[in-house]
Design a protein around this ligand. Structure first.
Ligand code: EPU
Length: 305
């Protein structure tokens, strides 16, 4: 039997969540392109993650995929164990300081939860269609606010060691779309500090965020911003000014709504996305002398650039 078949069998015996072989990983991302994962585990608890750690350590690579809203899976797929958090880690609990969310909580729903609890400070999260855990790792943000502004601490399981730790916001080292959390580490939950407010006012601000997003960002199959904003400028503005709105490679297009979003059509491939990435970066460098850095995470045989 192959290593993968052995690992899958061991995991099935120990993990409460689903364990799938040759799972269509690309289809789980918001881009909806890319290949399969040799194994996909849906972890429902820390115990599940510890089992993944135990059976993969030193044997096969692991990757944490969150909700797949900021992820490009290579067409060749991922020859390892992809881990995502299951429904049991989607919950929330009121705390003295604010709210504790599970790592799999969907941020727009988490924002609405804070409105129901009449707590203010997390409205910006309504604009970010990703998971709480992924948002911690990327220090996701919108409209001048980011996770760093509200986070108290996060629980992190390191799949390479099986170690579980609670890291304070200072220890998480959050800066623009960055943290100290490595690709093989999973954020299983965290606490945000919020202020008492009016539920109606919080709901109204959430609606404003959602309306802004609908007006300024494309719907459809994208992974949000492709590139980080260079210091003092906006990747979208630069790509637009370089005349690239509507530029295409195969089934992938630079959105005509917002130039820092790539939108995929059915049948598009990850290779086409990466070819468009190259074309956009080359054009922006030639026009403005600015190197755009990918914000979207790349997983699989195609090396991250
Ligand atoms: N702009 C253009 N053409 C475009 C797009 C934008 O000229 O095609 C101009 C806008 O007119 C504006 C400026 O560029 O003057 C900035 O644009 P925008 O307000 O849309 O913000 P952004 O810098 O492009 C950032 C985040 C978004 C977040 C918005 C709103 C990054 C890379 N992007 O976008 O986050 O939603 O602010 O707060 O930091 C994401 O991270 O995936 C994401 C979508």
């Amino acid at each position: 039997m192959s290593v993968h078949a052995d690992v899958a069998e061991l995991l099935r015996a120990r993990v409460a969540g689903n364990v799938m072989v040759a799972a269509p990983l690309g289809a789980l991302t918001t881009f909806r392109v890319g290949g399969t994962a040799a194994i996909l585990v849906e972890a429902e608890s820390d115990g599940d993650l510890l089992a993944v750690s135990e059976f993969t350590r030193g044997v096969v690579p692991v990757a944490v995929i969150g909700r797949g809203s900021n992820l490009l899976v290579a067409d060749e797929g991922f020859a390892g164990v992809a881990v995502r958090l299951g429904a049991a880690l989607r919950g929330h609990a009121r705390t003295e300081l604010g709210v504790r969310f599970g790592g799999a909580a969907y941020l727009p729903n988490a924002a609405k939860t804070t409105a129901r609890l009449a707590l203010s400070g997390f409205e910006f999260a309504a604009e970010i269609p990703g998971s709480f855990g992924g948002a911690v790792r990327m220090n996701a943000g919108a409209h001048g606010r980011s996770m760093a502004d509200v986070l108290v601490s996060a629980d992190v399981v390191d799949l390479s060691s099986g170690r579980r730790r609670t890291l304070s916001v200072a220890e998480l080292g959050l800066s623009y779309r960055r943290s100290v959390i490595a690709p093989g580490q999973v954020v299983t939950g965290g606490e945000v500090r919020l202020e008492a407010g009016s539920g109606e006012a919080v709901s109204a601000r959430i609606r404003e965020h959602l309306d802004w997003r609908r007006a300024h960002q494309p719907g459809g199959r994208s992974a949000g911003s492709m590139f980080k904003n260079p210091p003092g400028d906006s990747a979208g503005r630069l790509i637009d000014a370089a005349g690239l709105k509507g530029a295409r490679v195969g089934g992938v297009e630079v959105s005509v709504v917002h130039a820092n979003f790539f939108v995929t059509a059915p049948g598009a491939t990850a290779t086409e996305v990466l070819a468009l990435v190259d074309r956009v970066r080359e054009t922006v460098v030639a026009r403005f002398g600015i190197q755009l850095e990918l914000e979207v995470q790349v997983l699989g045989h195609t090396m991250p650039r």
